[in-house]
Design a protein around this ligand. Structure first.
Ligand code: FE2
Length: 161
């Protein structure tokens, strides 16, 4: 995120600036997650195909909704929502995606790894927002954290022996 623009929002500018940076980092991870989920949805193969195809579609839809909330919060605080490819590559932070690993178990593992990284990142961001005195952003991160934990459970349950 870049410069913080003028607003009547009464959070201190330093807080707004710190939060737009944090929101941008989480947005990059979440956007990358949605792209990974799309690849999983399209490319997964194996006996559980239909179930996994639909599960990964759910991950894609939820990650997209989180991204919208994060981006809009950043703009409300005077920032810029930035999902340029170079920004995602620099700030996304997710493990690499191997398109050759297409069987159900491997695809579940790849999506779970991406979700776990997003969950880790957003959980850390909650504490930062609380420390910065921005309860609204902390609440948004908490909402996403809870949803990411739930989705990780859904995905990991498919890998249980
Ligand atoms: Fe589809």
């Amino acid at each position: 995120m870049n410069a913080v623009t003028t607003t009547r929002n009464d959070l201190p500018e330093t807080t707004r600036h710190a939060m737009t940076e944090r929101l941008g980092e989480v947005l990059a991870g979440v956007t990358q997650l949605s792209l990974h989920a799309r690849m999983a949805h399209w490319n997964v193969q194996g006996p559980q195909f239909l179930q996994l195809h639909e599960l990964f579609d759910k991950v894609y839809e939820e990650a997209g909704a989180w991204g919208d909330l994060l981006a809009e919060r950043a703009v409300q605080l005077g920032g810029i929502a930035d999902v340029r490819l170079e920004t995602l590559a620099r700030q996304g932070g997710l493990p690499g995606w191997d398109p050759a690993r297409r069987d159900g178990r491997a695809t579940v593992d790849q999506v779970a790894a991406a979700l776990a990284e997003v969950a880790r990142r957003v959980r850390a961001a909650i504490a930062d927002a609380e420390q910065a005195g921005d309860a609204g952003t902390a609440d948004l991160f908490t909402e996403i954290s809870r949803a990411a934990d739930k989705l990780l459970w859904f995905v990991e349950a498919h890998a249980a022996q």
